[in-house]
Design a protein around this ligand. Structure first.
Ligand SMILES: Cc1cc2nc3c(=O)[nH]c(=O)nc-3n(C[C@H](O)[C@H](O)[C@H](O)COP(=O)(O)OP(=O)(O)OC[C@H]3O[C@@H](n4cnc5c(N)ncnc54)[C@H](O)[C@@H]3O)c2cc1C
Length: 412
């Protein structure tokens, strides 16, 4: 996959076909003290700080095989360059899935998704990506091929490299192989949605869901112009200053039927009139999954806050930019905001002056997913000020003493 020099300063790109070839490349880079930039599907290479030091690209696209799929054990071992769409297709043939929703699944690779630790709406009901990675193989910055976990679900020996590498943004090792535990595809799904006129009403509805006997697969809160023009939500007649609440239900036919009826009754008792109800998981779920990957907005940020802090954080963003569009995986406290305009006072000031304090007040932090090239920013404004930097740097030194892997893109 060709990568523009605006995104990564590449002198050349190699496409190893085996883990041994990755080891070889790291050893060559080490001898030349040249940085290496792992590349999956290229869908998130703008995520994080721009790399400045020229180096070599390592494309994982040839490492794309299914290594082992013992379907009855509900695990699968794949190479890191396989796309999420291919993985889903392989699993679906056995009625199984990895319940992680990823934008651009036809390009996004297993290695990239683990490196960036992306989680979609179903994290609420199914757990996070980290929970599904039970085995990992990677090459560190010294050229050592190492393994963590294994191919069976019950496996607790040694250091937990699976958890460490998930979210490491390719700075600790080039991931070459992964074993996931997987889940059966549920028999049925359905979604309910309602329009809420104020943050107060939205807060009350979210709190009520926590107490409900219904166990949703996803709880999404939407606001802003992007959703006003979403035809699947037309009937809700969304108030421009209000919110839409969407709840996804999954399970057996009987479970989904029971949850639909129960939730509809609870919403009626709470004063909700005419909720939308649809069987299946069609529109607007694709738009929900792709929301944060849309690059049209001048700035996209992601905040992780405590679930009860979702609405206060969104309200701060809407005060700064009344035309911003918002998607929150509300049950998990993950909020994506696509701002409509670039702030007059600059990116650093928006983050350090407004958004980081608003997120900290809700025990969370903010990171930038997308900003224009050259927008003024620092490590601190990009990644937040409260990362345990000393500990992270010590770990980085053990795995990559020459700082070859993704140099300058994360906090080091
Ligand atoms: C703006 C934006 C919003 C997103 N929103 C969501 C969301 O809401 N929900 C969700 O689930 N996902 C979301 N994603 C996640 C996205 O789908 C994944 O980050 C993406 O799939 C990564 O895969 P890739 O193969 O394209 O990686 P790339 O873009 O090629 O690489 C991403 C990073 O991972 C590193 N990397 C890639 N492969 C490896 C490897 N084998 N070993 C080590 N490091 C590696 C790269 O060096 C780079 O730092 C979003 C992404 C973006 C950019």
């Amino acid at each position: 996959m060709p990568v523009s020099s605006d995104i990564l300063p590449l002198q050349k790109t190699s496409d190893p076909a085996t883990a041994a070839e990755v080891v070889d490349l790291v050893q060559q880079a080490r001898a030349a003290t040249t940085p290496l930039y792992p590349i999956g599907g290229g869908t998130s290479l703008h995520f994080g700080l721009r790399a400045k030091t020229p180096g070599w690209g390592v494309t994982l696209s040839k490492l794309n095989r299914v290594v082992d799929f013992p379907a009855r054990d509900m695990t699968i071992t794949v190479e890191a360059g396989i796309t999420l769409a291919e993985l889903a297709q392989t699993l679906a043939a056995e009625g199984q899935r990895l319940p992680v929703d990823v934008p651009a699944a036809d390009k996004a690779t297993v290695g990239g998704v683990i490196a960036t630790n992306w989680n979609g709406p179903r994290r609420y009901g199914q757990g996070s990506l980290r929970d599904f990675v039970i085995g990992i193989e990677a090459v560190d910055g010294t050229g050592l091929l190492f393994h963590g976990g294994g191919r069976v679900v019950k496996n607790v020996a040694g250091y937990d490299f699976c958890k460490l590498l998930t979210g490491s943004l390719g700075t600790l090792g080039i991931i070459t192989q992964v074993t996931f535990k997987v889940r059966p595809i549920p028999e049925r799904s359905a979604w309910l949605a309602c329009s809420l006129s104020s943050p107060k009403q939205a807060e009350a509805m979210l709190a009520a869901l926590q107490q409900s006997a219904v166990v949703p697969a996803a709880v999404e809160l939407l606001a802003g112009p992007v959703w006003q023009s979403q035809s699947a939500l037309d009937e809700l007649k969304l108030d421009p200053r209000g919110y839409a609440l969407l709840v996804l239900l999954e399970g057996t036919a009987a479970e989904v039927l029971w949850m639909k009826d129960h939730l509809r009754r609870e919403w009626r008792d709470a004063g909700v009139v005419n909720p939308l109800m649809e069987d299946g998981c069609a529109a607007p779920w694709l738009q929900i999954i792709e929301f944060s990957a849309d690059l049209d907005s001048p700035i996209t940020v992601q905040a992780s806050v405590k679930p009860s802090g979702v609405l206060p954080f969104i309200e701060v963003c809407r005060q700064r930019d009344p035309n911003c569009s918002v998607l929150a995986h509300a049950g998990n406290g993950t909020v994506f905001v696509r701002f409509a305009t670039f702030p007059d006072k600059g990116l650093g000031q928006l983050l350090l002056g407004d958004l980081q304090p608003a997120a900290s007040a809700q025990q969370g932090h903010v990171v930038i997913l997308n900003a224009p090239p050259g927008a003024e920013a620092t490590n601190q404004s990009y990644w937040g000020g409260e990362a345990p930097l000393a500990l992270m740097t010590a770990v980085k030194r053990r795995f990559d003493p020459l700082n070859l892997l993704n140099r300058g893109r994360f906090v080091y």
